[in-house]
Design a protein around this ligand. Structure first.
Ligand SMILES: [Fe+2]
Length: 101
């Protein structure tokens, strides 16, 4: 991705993701070892996917607007993968919630 736009990549901590993980850890402290634990994991994984969908969607739009066609295409590919993961988690969560109820 960075090669496509002629920039060097650098790591940066994502506080939003850390927040989602912290929320999951707190919920597991309260409900770990219960039938709700798996639903908590699925819900947090889905929150991660939703965040990724928002970010990849924005980046794809920006890449497109700036004329980085190849980068936009690559970002769209990743965006579609994130949407598939979200759909799969929706199916899994539905089954888990039915079992926990
Ligand atoms: Fe993802």
């Amino acid at each position: 991705m960075f090669e496509l736009i002629g920039k060097s990549a650098r790591a940066k901590t994502c506080e939003a993701m850390q927040g989602i993980v912290s929320e999951m850890e707190e919920d597991l402290e309260d409900f770990g070892g219960t039938p709700a634990a798996d639903t908590i994991l699925a819900a947090c994984a889905q929150a991660v996917e939703h965040y990724e969908i928002a970010r990849y969607g924005t980046l794809k739009t920006w890449a497109s607007q700036l004329g980085y066609t190849d980068a936009a295409s690559l970002l769209d590919q990743t965006l579609q993968e994130e949407k598939k993961a979200d759909a799969l988690l929706t199916k899994i969560a539905g089954k888990l919630n039915a079992q926990a109820a």
